[in-house]
Write a protein of this length. Structure first.
Ligand code: LLP
Length: 441
């Protein structure tokens, strides 16, 4: 297993942020999401220091859908990251964490009227408009509230990046944004540009997620900046800001060969500067929206092994005390992960297992094939690379409480999200009474 961030081995035990995972089990129980705070801060700095230009401003906007709670957003704010949110709930979390509204962009392909009202009431920095109906609704609401609002239009540049089809976003039939090839896109941009309540700052795109070939990002930038040039030439629309989205791929297993982010970001800036000069454009701000590449490698999930079961046929199972409820990605995207027995890091690796969760679901297999030392009940199984889209997509299926989230750094651990309790599970439930007496109250 690849050791990420501050992970290291001492006395056969795995340590993260100089805290042994055995200590974390003793203090917080399992399953447990562990975030390497030092690594997250370092990763944010890789983006903040390398995606920089003398010619335009740059914003690194953390895509909070990857992992959002008050603690991580407080940290992201302190590090100087801008923020991308896609729902009223993500916006509420960001505002509750004290985020400067001006640094927040609001996304979504079906923003609810009450979400748009929330955006207007809180003076959120940017709305990324998705389509015509949304624009009309936003314009009417802004006029009603007498509030000017800054907007970008989400453009689909038609670059089909090589990734799982569920996380591709730019096919011609995609539900996101307006196609660069669609004549309606130009009508919409003209209307947005002349709307007295909207300030059209520019355009946005996001070509997909977990993209491992950097060439797609260069093609995306070329397409977006030349689109901006066309808008100026043909419609006198001035694009001041271009947001190029996220999608930078990460390491899950040896099958993934991510590019070096520092190197890529520096090259990306040079290429963007070259394109801008070549097209003779004046651009004030270029933004990117990394989610997974900022947080994934900082996160791990720690489980306790309950049993090792040899089925009548096939590879043996290691049963863990979590599963698809804390990590639905293998079931959803056939995602692959590495793992280790964190209490026996240097024991000889002898056996091949499947790691299965505790849900009543055949598909609740976290790893289909992993070589480990001979596993026993009570061992600690750790899956690294679970920072992004794990806690964020967790569920209470089978009424399983969500695990706690703990941040570790320099020998300290900080509880960021408490473990859910059984009481939490029924908090919003209403009891049944045969005569409906409760409902009548
Ligand atoms: N910007 C926009 C507009 C997006 O839609 C997304 C991700 C991002 C930025 C951040 O992308 P990232 O840098 O994290 O790749 N649940 C899936 C991933 C869905 C991504 C959705 N949009 C998964 O677990 O793989």
């Amino acid at each position: 297993m690849k050791l990420h961030g501050t992970m290291k081995i001492e006395n056969n035990q795995l340590l993260i942020g100089d805290v042994s995972v055995e200590q974390l089990r003793a203090k917080y129980g399992t399953p447990l999401y562990i975030i390497d705070q030092t690594h997250f801060a370092e990763q944010a700095n890789v983006f903040l220091t390398n995606f920089r230009s003398e010619k335009f401003q740059t914003h690194i906007s953390y895509a909070s859908k990857a992992f959002s709670n008050l603690y991580i957003l407080g940290l992201a704010k302190e590090l100087g990251l801008f923020l991308d949110v896609v729902s009223g709930g993500e916006l509420y979390t960001a505002l509750s964490a004290g985020y400067n509204p001006e640094k927040i962009s609001f996304h979504g392909n079906n923003k609810l009227p009450e979400e748009l009202e929330m955006v207007l009431a809180n003076d959120i920095g940017r709305i990324i408009v998705d389509h015509y109906t949304e624009y009309s609704l936003l314009s009417a609401l802004a006029a009603e509230k007498q509030k000017k609002v800054k907007v970008l239009l989400r453009i689909n540049p038609g670059i089909e990046a090589d990734t799982h089809k569920y996380i591709q976003t730019t096919g011609k039939d995609s539900k996101f944004g307006m196609s660069i090839a669609d004549p309606v896109t130009y009508v919409l941009l003209k209307d947005m540009n002349s709307d007295p309540w909207l300030e059209l700052e520019g355009i946005h795109c996001h070509i997909g997620s977990q993209i491992l070939d950097k060439e797609f990002f260069f093609r995306e930038a070329a397409a977006m900046f030349s689109f901006a040039r066309n808008l100026l030439d043909d419609y006198s629309i001035i694009v001041r800001e271009i947001n190029l989205g996220g999608g930078f791929g990460v390491y899950y297993t040896k099958e993934d060969q991510p590019f070096d982010y520092a190197e890529f970001l520096a090259e990306y800036i040079v290429e963007i500067e070259r394109i801008i000069t070549e097209l003779d454009l004046t651009i004030d701000t270029v933004s990117i929206e990394p989610g997974r590449s900022l947080i994934n490698a900082s996160g791990s999930t720690l489980y306790t092994v309950g049993a090792v079961k040899q089925p009548y046929q096939g590879k043996p199972f290691v049963f863990v005390d979590g599963g698809m409820t804390d990590n639905p990605r293998p079931a959803l995207y056939q995602a692959k992960y590495e793992a280790c027995l964190a209490n026996r890091m240097q024991d000889e690796v002898t056996d091949n297992y499947r790691v299965a969760g505790k849900c009543c679901e055949t598909g609740d297999i976290l790893i289909q094939d992993i070589a480990l030392p001979q596993a026993e009940p009570g061992d600690l199984l750790l899956i690294p690379g679970t920072g992004a889209y794990n806690y964020a997509m967790s569920s209470n299926y089978n009424r399983i409480p969500r695990p706690a989230v703990v941040f570790v750094e320099n020998g300290q651990s900080h509880l960021a999200v408490k473990r859910e309790t059984y009481e939490d599970l029924i908090r919003n439930d209403q009891k049944y009474f045969a005569d409906n007496s409760m409902q009548k109250l």
